[in-house]
Design a protein around this ligand. Structure first.
Ligand SMILES: [Zn+2]
Length: 79
């Protein structure tokens, strides 16, 4: 999944905000506060940015689980 270039609902450009938003949320900042800081006011844009980051987090958790599982299989650990 690519970062959203534009808001899916209103079409406002969001591509340049994705990285700063993601980095700050990953660093432990409150997503709501970061969106305020970045000047994302419309709810549709906030939702677009927020869900794209949340979605990628889920995927990366999933890949981590797969990596752990692959290592277990290498070592011959059965389920
Ligand atoms: Zn929008």
């Amino acid at each position: 999944m690519l970062p959203p270039v534009r808001c899916l609902t209103c079409g406002a450009p969001l591509g340049h905000l994705y990285e700063p938003f993601k980095n700050r949320v990953e660093a432990g900042e409150d997503p709501e506060k970061v969106l305020d800081d970045l000047g994302v006011k419309r709810y549709c844009c906030r939702r677009t940015l927020y869900t794209s980051v949340a979605y990628i987090e889920q995927i990366s958790k999933y890949s981590t689980a797969r990596i752990i599982r692959a290592k277990e299989l290498e070592k011959g650990v059965s389920s």
